[in-house]
Design a protein around this ligand. Structure first.
Ligand code: ADP
Length: 399
């Protein structure tokens, strides 16, 4: 008699990450044993022309994946992780998606009207295609759920705030979590004993005070408009400015929204939202670009100082995202002449271009300054895979 010939069940080691925006769908497929990115792509202009809706976008993504050798029916696919923007106070951890979770996410759409509806559409389409597969929502706000109440509360009437869900939720949490852990690994200190100020400086920008791997304060608030000056967003302004814009400027609510979210920040100050252009123009003597850069860096500097005070002891300041990873000028200006706070950037190390996590502080600098490339998709894959299949390797093991 011959041995039974049933093949062993495929080892499920792959994680697909979907990031569904209002008009785009990004996907990345990882091998969770190695962290290797097996495939990635972007379907754009959903709703305009050939790509009618998210269902069609996911079909296109599935075809592209199949062409790369990994269909959506890939037997090695263990989990689909979805980037979700706003979890409110309801979702503070990666969450296995079921009908109830989708319904709760839909209720939170009033807090993130631009993002949550697109997230949900992406989730529903993916569940319809692979109803058998665990699907996990990883929320941008979740990492900040550990903030003490004093950091999350705005000093406004409590009943009004509670009725409308007004509190600081924070964003970029997946990136801050990833970078805080990678920074501890770079320093060679346990995460639980490492205090870091993480500066995520991309198109959007936020600073987070991380104590022992937990967020204790962050610069973005109820919405991603608060805090640092950004590409097109104002960051902090006196709330009285909004009243003045309405009363004296005669602006509508939508007009103020548009001004502060889309025509402010670097764009409002210097007519360009790309920091490469701002820096180039500032170096060539353009006064508006110089002022924009100074406003940007002063705001970063103020948050670093504030979060050093919040944390008491700081081991590292870590720069990440497009501007933080690439702009030596922003890093140098933001942290210039702070030896009294124990921060000294080494100009030569700061000037080195690299995609590796690295230190750019002097040997004497008490607070280490790090540049740590972020990888939100890998972090989403890791969190989703851990929930579905048990612990995944840490970033340093799989780089
Ligand atoms: P997002 O927030 O959309 O993920 P990124 O983190 O990719 O954005 O950051 C994009 C921004 O990074 C660009 O708008 C640009 O201003 C900035 N950036 C990229 N490369 C450089 C560079 N070499 N110098 C300065 N800024 C840069």
């Amino acid at each position: 008699m011959s041995e039974p010939t049933t093949a062993p069940a495929a080892e499920k080691t792959r994680a697909l990450v979907l990031n569904s925006g209002s008009s785009s769908l990004k996907y990345q497929l990882f091998d969770m044993r190695t962290g290797e990115r097996l495939a990635q792509g972007l379907v754009e202009r959903i709703g305009e022309g050939p790509v009618a809706d998210h269902a069609q976008a996911l079909e296109i993504a599935a075809e592209e994946l199949a062409a790369a050798g990994y269909g959506l029916d890939d037997p090695e696919l263990a989990v689909i992780g979805h980037r979700a923007v706003h979890g409110g106070t309801r979702f503070t951890e990666p969450t296995l998606i079921d009908d109830e979770v989708v319904a709760e996410m839909a209720k939170l759409a009033t807090l993130a009207p631009l993002h949550n509806p697109a997230n949900i559409t992406g989730i529903e389409v993916a569940r319809a295609l692979r109803p058998d597969l665990p699907q996990v929502a990883v929320f941008d706000t979740a990492f900040h759920a550990t903030m003490p109440e004093a950091a999350a509360r705005y000093a406004i009437d409590t009943a009004t705030a509670d009725r409308l869900g007004i509190r600081r939720y924070g964003f970029h949490g997946t990136s801050h979590a990833y970078v805080a852990r990678a920074t501890a690994e770079l320093l060679g200190t346990p995460l639980a004993e490492t205090n870091t100020v993480v500066l995520h400086l991309g198109n959007g920008a936020s600073a987070t005070a991380v104590r022992g791997g937990r967020s204790v304060d962050t610069s973005m608030g109820m919405t991603p408009l608060e805090g640092l000056a950004m590409g097109t967003r104002s960051g902090d302004v006196d709330p009285g400015v909004l009243l003045h814009l309405a009363r004296t400027g005669g602006m509508s609510t939508d007009g103020i929204d548009e001004l502060l979210n889309h025509r402010s920040g670097m764009l409002g100050l210097a007519g360009a939202n790309d920091m490469r252009e701002i820096t180039r123009r500032a170096e060539a003597g353009d006064a508006a670009a110089r002022l924009a850069l100074d406003v940007y860096c002063l705001r970063v500097r103020k948050y670093v100082g504030a979060y050093m005070a919040v944390l008491g002891r700081v081991d590292a300041v870590a720069f990440t995202a497009g501007v933080g990873e690439n702009s030596a000028a922003v890093r140098a200006t933001s942290l210039a002449e702070l030896p009294s706070l124990g921060i000294e950037v080494d100009p030569e190390l700061n000037a080195v271009r690299s995609t590796a996590p690295r230190l750019i502080s002097t040997a004497a600098s008490r607070v280490k300054v790090a540049v740590v490339p972020t990888d939100e998709e890998l972090e989403i894959a890791r969190q989703a895979y851990s929930l579905a299949r048990g612990p995944a390797p840490s970033p340093s093991d799989i780089r």
